[in-house]
Ligand binder design. Structure first.
Ligand code: NAD
Length: 445
């Protein structure tokens, strides 16, 4: 792909498109779902309708504080200069520094960054983490670049946004198409320019340069914790619970193996190529994870196989869509037989499907709570960087458990008090905190 002809390209990542590394295009987009920005605005308004908050605050929250658009030129291996467009959308910082991922993907746009940045604001607030929301990225297919070119791109992009990021202003993290190595380059480029080592400018780094133990596993761990609590809330023991997980990647594999460890019967898991099924429970630790061996789930010997569509409709206690966005739609929501849906991925349920689940009284535990372990351990990483003291894995996991149980309890209280959906309850918790902070701080000047 010619980069100059490209017009577009801690999380959240509502993906309806194929990942740059996907072997085949994603065709699970039956209903032309709304954009991340439309979703974020609609969910904001929906939560606001339940609350007695100043409409001016709601209006402010529908817009980003600012969006930076930068040109990122790099010299390619063949000596040509390629020019890319990068963004950093900063949505709201009333509760603390902006926080959110940087993605490298051909479809990255300004509008997408704004919408995903808003989701980060709600996610940090529902967890009561003292961060606001941001998102950024570069419209580029990372598969088109060598490692050296990716490093150059990252260093140049870092320099272009250097004035607006920093450990007390805006702290990026990995996202689609970026990884701990990308964050290490970013941290190095920023630190070199500032003249001192500043690990707290970014999270999701390798532990050797200030990354946190347990960060990779955290989103899946939080999904498992929330699934366990939800099962318990609806009166079932985890040891008697059957689970199906779509997407055996970072989030899905960690959630599935933990639930398996805790006694749940994980009967089906899948990757982009399809899934394996065992009504007596799979040995999830024996299945190659996406990181070890991408798209190898189907090589695992199991009594049966299952398509990604059929997996979502299995008669299980809990279904966890943990791959991509918009897989639960108006077309299949009526056929979902699970008693509980836990959103491992970002945005797996369209708004039409949410309405169907609400009518059917099927609880859907929302992404901004369920997979918030990632940004929560990013917050722990930031604390460790600032204090120059690493935590043990046990400490990270213990504190994550505490944070998740607190957030779960806050959302559950709203769910019970207001007779709303779990999604509305989570947004109400988040928006109340953000609006209260805005009202306390007031409008300048
Ligand atoms: P990943 O790349 O590690 O794994 C994705 C998995 O989904 C792979 O097994 C892949 O084969 C599978 N997959 C891809 N397309 C599919 C399709 N069309 N149908 C079925 N399976 C498909 O990704 P991840 O980091 O686990 O992220 C998964 C979801 O969780 C995304 O929505 C992401 O935004 C969200 N999330 C990730 C993190 C994180 O830190 N990793 C944090 C919060 C939310």
């Amino acid at each position: 792909m010619g980069p100059t002809s490209t017009t577009a390209g801690d999380e959240p990542r509502a993906e309806t498109r194929s990942e740059p590394n996907d072997p085949e295009p994603n065709d699970s987009e039956p209903n032309e779902p709304e954009s991340a920005l439309e979703t974020a605005r609609r969910q904001l308004q929906h939560a606001a309708d339940h609350l007695d908050i100043d409409p001016n605050v709601v209006e402010r929250l529908k817009h980003p504080k600012r969006v930076h658009e930068v040109t990122v030129p790099i010299e390619r291996e063949d000596g040509d200069v390629a020019v890319y467009t990068g963004y950093r959308a900063q949505h709201d910082s009333v509760r603390g520094p902006y926080k959110g991922g940087l993605r490298y993907h051909p479809d990255v746009t300004r509008e997408e960054c704004v919408g995903l940045g808003m989701w980060m604001t709600w996610k940090c607030a529902v967890m009561d983490i003292p961060f606001g929301g941001a998102k950024g990225g570069i419209a580029v297919n990372p598969k088109d670049l060598t490692d050296e070119e990716t490093e150059r791109l990252t260093r140049r992009f870092t320099d272009e946004i250097r004035a607006v990021i920093g450990p007390t202003t805006d702290i990026p993290a990995p996202d689609m198409g970026t990884d701990p190595q990308t964050m290490a380059w970013l941290m190095d480029a920023y630190s070199m320019q500032e003249g001192e080592t500043i690990p707290g400018v970014v999270t999701g780094k390798p532990p050797v340069v200030g990354g946190s133990e347990g960060r990779d596993e955290a989103p899946g761990r939080s999904v498992a914790i929330v699934a366990r609590e939800a099962v318990d809330y609806y009166g079932k023991a985890i040891g008697e619970t059957s689970v199906a997980v779509q997407g055996f990647g970072s989030v899905g594999a960690n959630a599935a193996t933990l639930l398996d460890d805790w006694g749940a019967n994980v009967v089906a898991v899948s990757d982009v190529t399809g899934g394996v099924y065992d009504p007596d429970g799979l040995d999830t630790r024996a299945i190659p994870s996406h990181r070890e061996e991408p798209e190898a789930v189907m090589t695992h010997e199991a009594p049966g196989t299952v398509t990604n569509d059929a997996l979502l409709e299995l008669d299980v206690d809990v279904v966890i869509p943990a791959a991509i966005g918009n897989v639960l739609t108006a077309d299949n929501a009526d056929d979902v037989a699970a008693d509980i849906v836990i959103e491992g991925a970002n945005g797996p349920t369209t708004s039409a499907a949410s309405e169907v689940f609400a009518e059917r009284d099927v609880p859907v535990i929302p992404d901004i709570l369920a997979n918030a372990g990632g940004v929560t351990v990013s917050y722990f990483e930031w604390l460790q960087d600032i204090n120059r003291r690493a935590w043990s894995l046990d400490r990270v996991n213990d504190e994550l458990e505490t944070e998740m149980l607190d957030a779960w309890g806050d959302v559950r209280d709203e769910f019970e008090a207001r007779d709303v959906t779990w999604r509305d309850a989570a947004y109400i918790v988040a928006l109340s905190r953000i609006a209260e902070a805005h009202e306390a701080r007031g409008l300048w000047p």
